[in-house]
Design a protein around this ligand. Structure first.
Ligand SMILES: Nc1ncnc2c1ncn2[C@@H]1O[C@H](COP(=O)(O)OP(=O)(O)O)[C@@H](O)[C@H]1O
Ligand SMILES: O=P(O)(O)OC[C@H](O)CO
Length: 504
């Protein structure tokens, strides 16, 4: 039988999505299930791994059902996932020892600070391309080993497994037969040497993590194995895996050196393809693996912003000034500017280019006339300012004059935000017709591995864009806004220097 569809599983920070794509890369059916965000203490963010699984598989079953198709019609599955989030489980029972510790979680900030004082930052960066930060999986695994009863004992008995979310999903889909990940996810653990393409023994020793808990690392596009036929009713090849930001870079077809994309999801992640050699990022950005296809490893420069669309959720859920995320556009449009109001949404610290785990957010520049609309506008603009800072660094560090930026993710649907982004960066912003680019990237990786799609040219021929945002505003005015934003950021850093003990 001719298999007509590819199933992408997109396991994000706030929801699990499943999407069926046809040969034209068009969405045939889509399902999304939200799950609980668990905040046990300030700075802690957890997910229930079982809920991640049940929402993900429910979404997969729903898309098959909604499309009225049988699992036999699915050529392959591509998986893409929130990265760094750490699950540790018992190999024999399959039961997690603890909740998943989410990438946003800051519980290991003090430990990172201690390693920093001991001079480990350059050592870690040289091997992994990463700054030393609680964001990455290594210190989260260590926290579980140190704090959860039996974890160390089980590890010593070779009964403990670690995985990022891709690994956890593949384990569940194969009913415990497969324990693996791809290079892009491995490169986010702070345990993987991005030059030798191996788990790094010295890093494992530093963090006290035994090699046997780690998954096998494979490429991003190959047949890893099949789903157990009890899961979806048929054994379907699992053939593509990439961390969500790398999948988006691929989905945007940023497959040549110098091509760049920004994804506006919960956080914002700007990635630039740097070809088959890692570009050494300075302390502000990070070097990561984009994907490996066949024997070729492609690298990227990345700027990770922790709070992007999440600031919109905050206005919705915590302040209640909008009902739905999309309502922010209308509210913010009620005023022509933020009238001197700036918001730095450092709710979980600041990521690139500041890497300050102790930073917390502010709204500054309030006057008696400040209203909801100004705050909404300042919140939206904060997403664009943060992205602009990353863009400038990328341009500088790569030495490439970047022509344009491709955008995707939930908040990229916001025209006001995209236009403001074009003004700040001074380049065209290109939004594709299909904003489910992350899932499409995972589908492409799987479809190329199984011959569903034959070549990159075939993929380029089916890609369509929806809108181009062109910068038009006065450069001087924009520069003034950027300077004011910088002052707001410096205020946040000053405040945090007291919390981190840098200032007494
Ligand atoms: N029209 C919009 N304007 C601004 N923000 C939006 C809009 N639509 C969605 N968002 C924000 O985008 C985020 C969801 O994007 P998505 O790509 O689904 O994120 P993730 O994959 O991180 O869960 C949420 O934080 C939401 O508040
Ligand atoms: O779930 P998203 O789309 O916000 O992505 C999370 C990132 O992968 C974290 O590094």
């Amino acid at each position: 039988m001719h298999k007509e569809l590819v199933l992408a599983l997109d396991q994000g920070t706030t929801s699990s999505r499943a999407i069926l794509f046809d040969r034209q890369g068009k969405i045939v059916s889509i399902a999304q299930k939200e799950f609980r965000q668990i905040y046990p203490h300030s700075g802690y963010v957890e997910h229930d791994p079982e809920e991640i699984w049940t929402t993900q598989i429910a979404a997969a079953k729903q898309v098959l059902n909604d499309a009225g198709t049988s699992p036999e019609n699915i050529a392959c599955i591509g998986i893409t996932n929130q990265r760094e989030t750490t699950v540790v489980w018992n190999k024999e029972t399959g039961i997690p020892l603890y909740n998943a510790i989410v990438w946003q979680d800051r519980r290991t900030a003090d430990y990172c600070k201690q390693l920093d004082k001991e001079g480990y930052v350059p050592f870690i960066r040289k091997k992994t391309g990463l700054p030393l930060d609680p964001y990455f999986s290594a210190t989260k695994i260590k926290w579980i080993l140190d704090n959860i009863p039996d974890a160390k004992q089980l590890a010593a008995e070779n009964k403990l497994l670690f995985g990022t979310i891709d690994t956890w999903l593949v384990w569940k889909l194969s009913m415990g037969a497969l324990h693996l990940t791809d290079v892009s996810n491995a490169s986010r653990t702070m345990l993987y040497n991005i030059h030798s393409l191996q788990w790094d023994e010295e890093l494992l020793q530093l963090f006290g993590i035994p090699m046997q808990v780690l998954p096998q690392v494979l490429s991003s596009s190959e047949i890893y194995g099949h789903t157990d036929n009890r899961i979806l009713g048929s054994a379907i090849p699992i053939a593509g895996i990439a961390g969500d930001q790398q999948a988006a870079l691929f989905g945007q077809l940023c497959t040549k050196e110098g091509m760049i994309k920004n994804t506006y999801g919960t956080g914002c992640f700007m990635l630039m393809n740097t070809g088959d050699k890692p570009v050494n990022a300075d302390e502000n950005l990070l070097t990561t693996i984009a994907w490996k296809i066949g024997s070729i490893t492609t690298y990227a420069l990345e700027g990770s912003i922790f709070v992007g669309g999440a600031v919109v959720q905050w206005l919705r859920d915590e302040l209640g000034i909008i009902e739905n995320s999309a309502d922010i556009e209308l509210l913010a449009s009620e005023v022509a500017t933020s009238e001197g109001v700036y918001m730095v949404p450092a709710f979980t610290g600041l990521g690139a280019p500041y890497w300050d785990s102790f930073a917390r957010g502010i709204i500054i520049g309030l006057s008696r006339g400040t209203g909801k609309a100004h705050i909404a506008r300042a919140a939206l603009e904060s997403i664009a300012y943060q992205s602009d800072e990353i863009f400038s660094l990328m341009q500088k560090q790569s030495g490439i004059d970047i022509a344009e930026i491709k955008v995707d993710g939930g908040a990229a649907n916001n025209d006001l935000l995209m236009q403001f982004q074009a003004e700040l960066i001074g380049k065209n912003i290109i939004r594709p017709k299909n904003t489910e680019i992350t899932a499409l990237g995972a589908a492409y990786l799987a479809g190329l591995a199984t011959g569903f799609w034959k070549s990159m040219d075939e993929l380029a021929a089916i890609q369509e864009h929806n809108k181009i945002f062109v910068p038009a505003k006065n450069v001087q005015y924009i520069q003034q806004k950027k300077n004011e934003w910088q002052r707001a950021v410096q205020t946040v850093l000053f405040w945090s220097s007291y919390s981190s003990g840098k200032t007494q």
